[in-house]
Structures are given as C-alpha cells and as structure tokens.
Design a protein around this ligand. Sequence first.
Ligand SMILES: [Zn+2]
Length: 408
Amino acid sequence: MITRINQQISHLKKNSKFYKKQLNQFSRIDNVLSVKKLPFTTKDDITMHNSDFLCVPKNKVRDFITTSGTIGDPISFYLTQNDLKRLGINERNSFELCNIKKGNKVLLTTTLDKCFMAGLAYYLGSQELGVGIIRTGPGSLKYQWDMIERFKPEIIIAVPSFLLKMIRFAKDNNIDLSQCSLLKGICIGEPIRESNLQLNSLGKAISSDLNIKLYSTYASTEMMTAFTECDEGRGGHLQEDLLFVEVLDKNGIEVKDGDSGEVVITTLGVEAMPLLRYRTGDICTVYRAKCKCGRTSLRLGPVLGRKSQRLKVKGTTIFPSAIIEAVYAFKHVENFAIEVSLDEFDSDTLCLFVTDEFLQTSSLKEIKGFLKSKLLFTPEICVVENRIINDKIGINKTRKINRFIDNR
Ligand SMILES: [Zn+2]
C-alpha cells in the first residue's frame, strides 16, 4: 500500500503541474499515518486547474470523460490505455464480488457514450471477465423487456429508479415477472439501502415485485474505482490495489468503525489523472471488521448525505449552480425557481418552476431536450403564475434572491 502511494507521489511530482507545487516539501511517506500530512484535493481545485491535473501528453489519452462541474464548464477526465485496462480490472473485480461468472449475460441499461464513465467501465469489466453484455442503454422500457426476452440475461445493471420503472411497465403490460431470466441487479447512482444496511423503500419496492438479489455500488469518475457489495450486502468492498480511502470527521480525524464521515480517496495505479487525498464530499459509514464473506477489505455503507448542496438526480451528481446556469442559457427566461425534494424512495427530485412566458419561444419538448443535454437528466417542469415563483425565491422578503430551494 505505502509503496503504491509513494509511486503515485513520485509520478505526480514529476508529471502533474498542479501537484508539483502542492507536493513541494514532500518526497515520500513512511507509513499510513504520514498520509495525513499530505495536502487535500477538492473538486474546486480540479475545476479551476483542470488541465494541470493531466499527467501525460494529450496524444496518450485514449478516452475523454466529462462530469458536471461546481462552477461553469464540465470537468474533463482523461484515461490512457493503461487506465482503461485498470478500469476494466476494477469492474471485473466488481462482477466477481457479485459472484458473477464467466459466461453469464449482463443487460447494461446505462449509457456507453455521452463521455460517461460508468457504462464504459462495466463494458470493459465484462470483457475482462468474459461475460456477455447486452448494451441496451437507457432505451425505452419496452425495448429493455424485449431484449430480456430475446437474450435472457441473468444480470441487469441499472439506476434503481429506472429498474423500478421497468417493473411498473412490466406489470402494466402483462409481462410475467416470475418468468423473467434476471437473478441479480447491480444498482448504480442511487442508494438502495438505509444507513442500517437494510433495503430502503426503493430497494424494497424493486424486490417486492421482482425476485432478484440487489447489489449496491458506490463509485465516481474521480475514483475510477467502484465499491461493490458482495453476496452479504453489508456495504461496498474497497479494492485495496486500486484505491486508498480515508473516512474523516470534520476535523480531518479518521472516524471509528461503524461511524460516518467524509470519504477521501487517493487513486492507485492511475496514469493520466491520479488524485491525492481527494475530498469527495460524500458522507458514508465505514466498516472495517472482517465481512461475513471472509474478505478483510474496508466497506462503505450508502452515501448518507453531501457535505455541500451536492445533488444526485437519476444517477447524475450535480450542483445547483450548474442547473441554474443551464436554465439561464435560455435568453427569454424571466423568472424561475428550482426546488429539490426527496421522493418516496429518498432520491432527490428536481422541479423547475417557470411562467408561461418561458414556453413562448421554445416548446416544452425543446426545453426538456436542451436541459437533458446540459444536465444529463430532465427535471420536472411546472408552469405556474409569477407570484408563486416570487414567493419561492423570496422576492420582497429578503434582499438576496435564492433561486434554489432545498426541501430535503
Ligand atoms: Zn463481503
């Protein structure tokens, strides 16, 4: 572990414009405790100095990735050929944690394009392990069931709220769920468990109608690594060769076993864009005791909250500023409010409140299409009277207009 962290430090000092400055007085560390002396990296660092994080010449980049940034433009991530290999190994290990075997078939309902990482990672992992993949992507619900009927996959990879929509569609269209080939569901982007690791209402709603074993995952583009549950479903296992993780309280002290704190990650073996002590802002519970499956690697429970206003909507992590910016791209928008609340399954849902005027130059379909291209999901749009928006954003009540209302 220490050797791998030191390899990363020397790689960063040599090749990263950003870390060269940061790591001025550090050469190597002697033990895990001295990791704490190394500087943190924040999302704002990556946003503001995006290209300074790239450690290889651009012509060595084999895959370009984007994620929504906190301010302004999306953040770019880069992968070399070695990084793609590492990403595939990461997801092969994830499949193995779920007891998926060579020769199984997987329905992949997450997108493989749009500069997204998750779909690509699962695709590469399937090829590493020798699993057959059916790349339906986020297509229509009927199409998903047609492909399940045609190819009979045993595993589905899906955002859980999408899986629930598929189940509701099946029930409404007389598709016999008891005859369905699916046995396992790998859930990405949204939690399916409560903090006590029992299934949450979304997880329960899925498993009450579809008899499959659900596996929770926790991952991000920054980590280039996934935490995936084993059959025991007691938190996602850390892949110790690929990632070093700290779970810290607000004073930067490691929390006790079973307590929750901010997940701070250091990537291991990443070539193009390695990160050192990156503060994810995600709050998770950490489990360090040996798992019932026999593995001794650290486990993380579901994301309990965000340090800031970070939102996770339909599997996309986003900040209010990015949504406000996307809405402002419509020149004719006069007044609006964005409200976030928790739905019945404890997932964030967004509603954009606008007036009639908003719809005068573009149709609702065009607006939704535009927002989807910017945000990678479509918020609900409610057309209301101007005074209702004024009430929401606090006009006449406070000096500062707040277009983002957090009702969670
Ligand atoms: Zn386990």
